[in-house]
Design a protein around this ligand. Structure first.
Ligand code: GDP
Length: 455
């Protein structure tokens, strides 16, 4: 018999209500010992909430609500009770310790969800979606995780698995009953079926880019010579004063990282120190960092001061920008303009130019729109009803695609069908790892170790 487990499932911050969840065979037995209903006698009724007190050695500990879930209709498919009590750390821990004293053990991180998986209520992609939902940075990424929790990805994988099973059964019929008149799996038919599977997997693999953007966000570097307004642009995007803005050139020496939400995309903005020639050691580090970051960031905002002529510093920056995803910002449009836009257009080969005033908060919407469009999210999302958001899934799909190339090679070389068949079986086995059908215990443990306590 599995242990009965318990944990505080609400956050550790002080709040008005806290919840302790208990799951396992002994759940109701424990609750009966420690809970006294206000009215009537103790009764276990599915999906009912009872009001009463937690009692320890006849002492009233807290006023609580207890909800009952009789297996298999519960989060874990086991008997479950949830105690809603007051939300302080001391009281929650006190009640938890009473629960533990009466026969439960403390749940490991992710153990409730792991039981839901092991007991077949959810598959692995759905369990992983639980973590993603908790970690979602924006509503858009939350929506993708919710779709995964509903089993959208599992359904897609199942479709592909069924196609593979069709191929396998065709081949088996051929191998097992060669004397019967079963249609021979002609190379052409086999090739077509494999191609259809390959296309589906490739589409999924491609969707990972969009999924990753939603889950992990993108990073943006703002570069430009000192005083063009980089910190002000950052502040405008953050919609609050966080980075330090000064009049003295070269004061933003360290890099600052903040997450913002641009139309549902989590964006990490890196404000870099100004790039310019300098003997000053601190500033030199900043310059090197700026150049590095402009190479690694997904999008680089290159800022110029619209109210000043180009200087050598500007040209040096232009030389150093080494990224295809560039948005040019002409800042300070509230001042008289001196910079020649045509020249910039030529230098940057018609890259997107956005004119703004960080000081007067003009042009923010246009800038956000250009950033969003550069991520190319809509086209990928429209094309794919299912997005891969998890790198474990992505790696499996990529490995599966390699296996398919290998199978195709075999087919073209007219390798004996029973050998090809073994490889196709491997492919099926591999895809099963996504939903958890064929996954090893080690992988399962690794996945659930990422969960937080109480999930
Ligand atoms: P950084 O060195 O590139 O980070 O530049 P800052 O953001 O610190 O700005 C330098 C100076 O330019 C500050 O005095 C800002 O107030 C000013 N500034 C920034 N953006 C604008 C703008 O759009 N218009 C005007 N007039 N001044 C600006």
């Amino acid at each position: 018999m599995e242990d009965t487990i318990a944990a505080i499932v609400t956050s550790s911050a002080i709040s008005s209500v806290g919840i302790i969840r208990i799951s396992g065979e002994k759940t109701f037995e424990i609750i009966e010992k420690i809970f006294k209903p206000k009215k009537g006698s103790f009764k276990i009724e599915h999906q009912k909430i009872r009001y009463g007190h937690i009692i320890d050695d006849k002492e009233i500990i807290d006023e609580v609500l207890v909800s009952f879930f009789i297996k298999p209709i519960s989060f874990t498919r086991e008997n479950v009770c949830e105690i809603n009590c007051h939300g302080g750390t001391v009281i929650l821990n006190k009640i938890l310790s009473i629960v533990l004293k009466n026969g439960a053990r403390l749940a490991e991180p992710g153990e409730f969800t792991k039981r839901a998986f092991l007991n077949g209520r959810i598959d692995l992609t759905q369990a992983e979606a639980v973590v993603d939902i908790i970690n979602s940075k924006t509503e858009k990424s939350l929506k993708e995780s919710q779709k995964q929790l509903e089993g959208v990805l599992s359904k897609k994988i199942k479709e592909i698995e069924n196609e593979i099973l069709d191929i396998i059964s065709d081949i088996e019929a051929n191998i097992d009953y060669p004397e019967y008149d079963v249609e021979e799996v002609s190379n052409q038919k086999l090739t077509n079926s494999i191609e259809s599977i390959r296309e589906k997997l490739q589409k999924l693999e491609k969707s990972f880019d969009a999924g990753k953007i939603l889950r992990e966000g993108i990073s943006i570097a703002i570069i430009g010579k000192p005083n063009v307004g980089k910190s002000s642009i950052l502040n405008m995007l953050l919609r609050e004063e966080r980075a330090i803005v000064t009049d003295i050139a070269g004061t933003t020496r360290d890099t600052i990282e903040e997450y913002i939400n641009i139309k549902g995309i989590p964006v990490k903005i890196i404000d870099t120190a100004g790039i310019r020639k300098s003997e000053n050691i601190v500033e030199k580090i900043g310059i090197e960092k700026s150049i590095d970051i402009s190479k690694t960031a997904e999008i680089v905002l290159v800022a110029f001061d619209y109210s000043e002529d180009f200087t050598q510093d500007d040209y040096d920056i232009i030389k150093n920008v080494n990224n295809n995803n560039i948005i040019i910002i002409l800042n300070k449009i509230d001042l008289k303009n001196k910079l020649k836009k045509e020249e910039i257009k030529q230098i940057f080969d018609n890259k997107v130019i956005v004119e703004i005033s960080a000081k007067e908060n003009i042009g923010l919407e246009k800038l956000e729109k250009e950033i969003y469009e550069m991520c190319n999210l809509d086209s990928i999302i429209n094309e794919n009803e299912t997005l891969l958001t998890n790198s474990r899934h992505k790696n499996i799909v990529s490995t599966a695609l390699n296996k398919i190339d290998d199978i195709n090679l075999d087919v073209s070389k007219k390798t004996p069908i029973d050998i090809v068949s073994v490889k196709i079986m491997d492919l099926l086995q591999l895809l099963g790892e996504i939903t958890g059908k064929t996954v090893s215990e080690e992988v399962i443990n690794k996945i659930f170790s990422k969960f937080c306590l109480g999930k």
